[in-house]
Design a protein around this ligand. Structure first.
Ligand SMILES: [Zn+2]
Ligand SMILES: [Zn+2]
Length: 226
């Protein structure tokens, strides 16, 4: 969708944002480290699973549901609203990610711009640190194996989020865009990048399940003409 702003100011703004990327930034490390940590945590968690009961397998879809719900909530309420103590996340998301990439200009222009797409360095470690006590609590509430499966699923979700979001921001015609279903997911996120829609619509980045649940899935004929 066209953005009602002439190209030169946008180009200047994009260059200004790109200039804020740290000089010693290493995009390959930023991309590889969360995946490596996620894969290691997933492998360790699955390796520690003992003898899974059929009922414990429900930990996988249950964790995915929670993850989709959390993704919707955090994107809407933390990344697009100034939550107490978390205003910097909103600032980074709206003033860097959304200003750099708009619905008609979604593609990365260089590997360095991974800084503007991936979660901040260290996020994977923070996510794992937050998940471990949750998994311990789930182990007490349900069972050890269910908690380990939930932890493995949550880390797989985190890594999938990063790769899917990156895929949406690859240049038009990239080979990954031919993966079945990816074009629809990408279109869902592309619409979210319209500045007029970003605060109200299409908050899920992976699977738009909770946009359907909450009625925040934008269609080309929205009721309010957005
Ligand atoms: Zn995006
Ligand atoms: Zn957003």
């Amino acid at each position: 969708m066209a953005v009602n702003e002439p190209a030169p100011p946008r180009a200047r703004r994009r260059a200004r944002i790109a200039a804020r990327i740290p000089r010693g930034y290493r995009p390959a490390l930023h991309l590889a480290a969360p995946t490596a940590l996620g894969a290691a945590a997933l492998t360790a968690a699955v390796g520690l699973v003992d003898a899974v009961e059929p009922l414990e397998l429900l930990a996988v879809p249950a964790t995915l549901l929670l993850a989709f719900a959390f993704e919707w909530w955090a994107h809407r309420s933390v990344l697009h609203r100034r939550a107490p103590l978390l205003g910097a996340l909103c600032e980074r998301h709206e003033r860097e990610h959304h200003l750099a990439f708009t619905a008609d200009d979604m593609a990365l222009r260089s590997a360095r711009e991974l800084w503007l797409v991936l979660m901040p360095p260290g996020s994977a470690l923070l996510v794992l640190a937050l998940l471990l006590p949750l998994a311990a609590a789930a182990g007490l509430l349900f069972s050890r194996d269910a908690a380990l499966l939930g932890l493995a699923t949550a880390m797989a979700f985190f890594v999938s989020y990063e790769w899917l979001h990156l895929a949406y921001h690859l240049p038009e015609g990239s080979a990954v865009h031919r993966i079945p279903g990816l074009a629809r997911l990408r279109e869902h996120h592309r619409r979210h990048h319209d500045p007029r829609l970003m605060k109200r619509w299409n908050f899920n980045v992976t699977v738009p399940l909770f946009d359907l649940v909450h009625g925040t899935r934008w269609s080309p004929r929205p009721r309010d003409g957005a």
